[in-house]
Design a protein around this ligand. Structure first.
Ligand code: PEP
Length: 248
């Protein structure tokens, strides 16, 4: 199981330090997984090096929230995956719906970012998910299938990537997809991914969208759900620990 916290554009040095301390104190001291659960936190880019330092010897891994496709160059404000790795990250989220919405990121860009992340030795967490309108129009399966086909780099093996299914209407809204809908979509994603990986196997599949300590166990029990991508509830140590315990 994987439990990945996306802090989004939240935090500060003092908040990050006390959150990380709360997680380190609350987790059993096993390295690098906790009772079979891999825990990752994705702070805003300026804090990645500091968070990696506070975590210390690898009980929790660190990830970025996006990256550029190039290794360096004239791209003001962007961050190369090699820079994330240099600061201690081992994962990076790509194609989050907020990046797609706020910055107009396309599937093609997401694919470049995922490729670049692999080049830099990071594991990309490739996000896909339909909007409310698309679900209501009965298009959810087709939309997610198309996003996967266009965003997943050619020739990858299942162990090189992670897929996060995040229905856009469930992110930060308190609304969660039903376990039946999650099961149905993860089944579709597993089938599509088996056709897209070089080895025909399926990568870890996460669900994201208003996961909380109270609903995490039920969601993690769904077939083809290998963990969660957690936004709001990853900002409080107690809540995030509750979700991690539900995955154990
Ligand atoms: C997210 O940002 O990826 C997310 C799932 O957010 P939340 O858990 O707050 O819905």
């Amino acid at each position: 199981m994987l439990v990945i916290g996306n802090w989004k554009m939240n935090g500060s040095t003092s908040m990050g330090k006390s959150l990380v301390q709360g997680l380190v104190d609350g987790l059993p001291a096993t390295d690098p997984t906790t009772d079979g659960v891999t825990v990752v936190v994705c702070p805003p880019a300026p804090y990645i090096g500091a968070v990696a330092g506070w975590i210390g010897d690898g009980q929790i891994a660190v990830g970025g929230q996006t990256c550029h496709g190039q290794e360096s160059g004239a791209h003001t404000g962007d961050v190369a995956p090699e820079m994330l790795a240099d600061c201690g990250a081992t994962y990076v989220i790509v194609g989050h719906s907020e990046r797609r919405h706020d910055h107009g990121e396309t599937d093609r860009q997401v694919q470049d970012q995922a490729k670049a992340a692999i080049r830099a030795g990071l594991t990309p967490i490739i996000c896909v998910g339909e909007t409310k309108q698309q679900r209501e129009a009965g298009e959810a399966d087709a939309v997610v299938t198309q996003q996967l086909q266009a965003s997943v780099p050619d020739g990858v093996t299942a162990s090189q990537i992670i897929i996060a299914y995040e229905p856009v209407w469930a992110i930060g809204t308190g609304l969660t997809a039903s376990t039946d809908d999650i099961a149905a979509m993860h089944q579709v994603i597993a089938q599509v991914m088996a056709t897209l990986t070089a080895d025909g196997s399926v990568p870890s599949l996460l669900y994201g969208g208003s996961v909380k300590p109270g609903n995490a166990a039920e969601i993690f029990a769904v077939e083809h759900v290998n963990g969660g991508l957690i936004g709001g509830a990853s900002l409080k140590a107690e809540d995030f620990l509750g979700i991690i315990r539900a995955a154990m």
